[in-house]
Ligand binder design. Sequence first.
Ligand SMILES: Cc1cc2nc3c(=O)[nH]c(=O)nc-3n(C[C@H](O)[C@H](O)[C@H](O)COP(=O)(O)O)c2cc1C
Length: 172
Amino acid sequence: MNEIIVYGTCYGSAKQYADELSCRTGAKCVSCEDAGGLSSYDKIVYIGSLYAGGVLGMKTTLGTLKNWESKQIVIATVGLADTTDEENVRNIRAAMKRQLPAGMMEHARLVHLRGGIDYSRLSAKHKFMMKLLYEKVKKQPPEKQTADTRAMIDTYGQVVDFVDLSRVDELL
Ligand SMILES: Cc1cc2nc3c(=O)[nH]c(=O)nc-3n(C[C@H](O)[C@H](O)[C@H](O)COP(=O)(O)O)c2cc1C
């Protein structure tokens, strides 16, 4: 099968998963910025990191794909949110649906992976966005805070790494 892995990353977590999958399958692995036309591939694995609910590069890469109904499509998101929490998964999927052509989400296999964050490496824009979020969640009364928001408060400014390359099995 003619297969390609495409990733959208800012700081490397999504690429770590894409590289691991490429090692295991031998499939070509490219950044979404270099992907170009994908119409010749039978199977496309898209691995994109979550930024404010959006999956980096996914809309540009998969939104313009022709004949996707006849292809195998796997979409993996990479984010900080705990993906064993069903509400988090529902939120990720609701946002994804708005970024994909009608019907593609139902056609694709979806996997939700976890990444990491190193605040010292963030761009000024991302540092500012995280600061705004931190200040907002810090003001919430404890009963309104979720495990994720509490984890965000506890780890704000630090290095967090939830990357688990063994989960690449779920993409095979
Ligand atoms: C500005 C900003 C917004 C983010 N938004 C989300 C989000 O909506 N959901 C989530 O689960 N993680 C979110 N994250 C965490 C990233 O998805 C996580 O750090 C991921 O591992 C980054 O992937 P990358 O290293 O491939 O760029 C956000 C991080 C930043 C800096």
